[in-house]
Ligand binder design. Structure first.
Ligand code: ADP
Length: 610
């Protein structure tokens, strides 16, 4: 079916422009699409926002016949199909929320060869009757979205995915393409095995998300810390993740009292109430959702501009997945993590009942997460290193460390020596809080009772706030100079720590910067030349169109399209078609409305000038 790779990719590029209004490919997309169109089985691993869906959607249009797409959640399928139809693409779904006549109508369309992509749940595809029906038709390939759901080693195993293992033999010769954002090679190999793929090509992209700006801070006054993030994003969508249900409730009521509009989401709520809040978030009636990790799977919303963690997640896998929901559209988005040593303790006690065969790995993951929080290297680099990939840039210009939110402490050696010798004077029998209190000269009752105000190290760092000294202790632990042991995280000086004491090793310490932090380059680039006021007007227009059509705003146009309109200010259909993300059908449907809004805006502004 596929002879000339060059001609095929050119054809696909034209399809991308015509239907989606995109001028090129994201990293690895061209390779993945060539493979999908070429008929060899494949596994494509790209991060959230990496553009996986287009890897099968565009080839499906280029090939003859109909492609079958398997997706785990009905909400996700509905969103995807709505978005495709809005681009003028003949896609459809069959799922249990549709009435029998609706389902029959789709079946008839398939029979009439009117459908290029059919979205199905794994249960539906696994049923024999339906497979027999499909087999009578010309199928181009089967794409399996969220393919890690087939693996017990993944974080989201779904038993119903197991039935998909039979597809390869049930429909002879059908190419199968699996898509996932899960990084581990173990899971990748398991996907190939479970699906019975034939010598699949495995395409793995970089897991880095350069448009995400990571910021990590110790939790002090969480409400104000959260509010300061929210205030940077008025009117934009974001998620606040909390560890426990009661934290969610508390966060919601506190913020709502302060005039923010926040809706809760956690597993303890009634299904209906939960769904209502999720829909309100997706449809932008509510800008902020406070949630436990129960929230997020199946949220395809592309314009989430920030994700806040009000507590530390239990692993970097979780952190990457949750923070990764921000900025799927490739525009800059902020990921702020507020942690405390207490979170570590909370998780430790929650996880202590983990089955013995996985307790060690679970605790190792928790430790790695905490080391990430207290670490002082570039956050992008730290995440990538954790997932086994190399990060080549020296400065990401998109995290607290690289943006200079934190200053390097000049006399780090002397400060570290003071901290370490205080730990020794306390006979390595106390934790971080207590040690920081002694070093900063606290008059805490316990300190006086123990007579620790008599130590030579008492108040040695009284020039600094306790929270900064507390941070330094964590930073020294993350660099291996201090070891935390026992149930109370008692501090001990390691062998390396002793080398600091004798001056043969120097640690790296950071403290919050007093200078104003730099704005990330991603932020500046994506707003370059954009008329903000016009952007806001066009955003409001998008909302009103979405409400009328009963679909999420980001399906009408992504944030990047709206920004590009407010940058180029197109005056006619031709220039409107040049806007990022405007394909032919979108231009026909919405062009007039947006062109008029831009014209009105220009008119008002030019009369202002007179
Ligand atoms: P994933 O499924 O990997 O998380 P999506 O398929 O949802 O990613 O794509 C993320 C975003 O990137 C979407 O808004 C999508 O329209 C956009 N996108 C995908 N491919 C391209 C491209 N070639 N050029 C520009 N934007 C793209």
């Amino acid at each position: 079916i596929f002879v000339n790779g060059g001609a095929m990719i050119e054809a696909i590029a034209k399809i991308l422009k015509k239907y989606w209004g995109y001028d090129g490919f994201l990293p690895m997309q061209a390779r993945a699409m060539t493979c999908t169109a070429g008929g060899r089985d494949s596994i494509v691993v790209l991060p959230t926002g990496g553009g996986k869906s287009l890897c099968y959607q565009a080839p499906a249009l280029a090939l003859s016949g109909m492609a079958v797409v398997v997706s785990p959640l009905i909400a996700l399928m509905k969103d995807q199909v709505d978005a495709l139809v809005d681009c003028g693409i003949p896609a459809a779904r069959i799922d249990s929320t549709q009435s029998p006549p609706e389902q029959r109508a789709v079946i008839n369309q398939i029979k009439d060869r009117q459908i290029k992509m059919i979205y199905l749940s794994p249960e539906r595809l696994g049923s024999h009757g339906f497979l027999d029906f499909l087999k009578q038709h010309d199928l181009s390939f089967i794409a399996i979205d969220e393919a890690h759901c087939i693996s017990m080693w993944g974080h989201d195993f779904r038993p119903e995915y197991r039935q998909l293992g039979e597809l390869k033999s049930a429909i002879e010769g059908i190419p199968i393409h699996a898509f996932t954002a899960t990084a581990t090679q173990e899971v990748q190999a398991d996907i190939a095995r479970q699906l019975n793929l034939k010598e699949p090509e495995i395409i793995v992209g970089s897991f880095d998300r350069p448009n995400l700006i990571y910021k990590v801070q110790r939790r002090r006054d969480i409400l104000n810390q959260v509010r300061s993030v929210l205030d940077r994003h008025p009117g934009e969508s974001g998620i606040i993740y909390c560890i426990r249900r009661r934290d969610v409730e508390e966060m919601c009521s506190n913020l709502n009292e302060h005039g923010y509009k926040v809706a809760p989401y956690h597993a303890g709520m009634e299904n209906e109430h939960r769904k209502k809040n999720q829909d309100a978030f997706i449809n932008e009636q509510v800008g902020i959702i406070a949630a436990t990790i129960a929230f997020g799977m199946g949220i395809d919303k592309s314009n989430i501009r920030y994700v806040i963690h009000a507590g530390m997640p239990k692993s970097l896998e979780h952190y990457q997945q949750e923070s990764g929901r921000a900025g799927r559209d490739g525009l800059e988005a902020e990921c702020c993590l507020f942690y405390s040593g207490g979170d570590y303790g909370t998780w430790k006690s929650i996880l202590k009942d983990t089955p013995p065969e996985v307790i060690e790995i679970t605790m190792a993951k928790l430790n790695a997460m905490y080391d990430f929080c207290t670490g002082v290297t570039c956050r992008h680099k730290a995440i990538l290193t954790y997932f086994g990939q190399e990060y080549l840039k020296d400065n990401c210009a998109a995290c607290d460390v690289c943006l200079g939110d934190l200053d390097t402490v000049k006399d780090a050696l002397i400060i570290a020596q003071k901290i370490l010798s205080c730990i020794l004077r306390l006979h390595e029998r106390f934790g971080g809080d207590y040690t920081a209190a002694v070093l900063t000269g606290s008059c805490d009752q316990r300190i006086l009772e123990y007579g620790h105000n008599q130590l030579s190290t008492y108040a040695l760092l009284s020039d600094y706030p306790k929270r900064i000294v507390r941070d330094w202790i964590e930073q020294l632990a993350a660099q291996g100079f201090i070891l935390k042991t026992g149930d109370y995280n008692t501090l001990q000086v390691t062998q390396n720590g002793r080398q600091v004491l004798n001056g043969s090793q120097t640690p790296h310490l950071l403290q919050p910067s007093t200078k104003k932090t730099k704005v990330s380059k991603a932020h500046l680039d994506s707003w370059e030349g954009v008329d903000r006021e016009l952007f806001e007007r066009l955003r409001a227009l998008r909302s009103s169109i979405a409400t009328k059509k009963g679909m999420p705003a980001y399906i009408v146009f992504g944030d990047s399209s709206i920004r590009d309109m407010a940058r180029r200010r197109p005056g006619n259909r031709e220039s409107f078609l040049m806007v990022h993300g405007v394909g032919e059908k979108k231009c026909d449907q919405y062009g007039e409305l947006f062109l008029n809004a831009i014209r009105d805006y220009d008119k008002i502004n030019s009369s202002d000038d007179e």
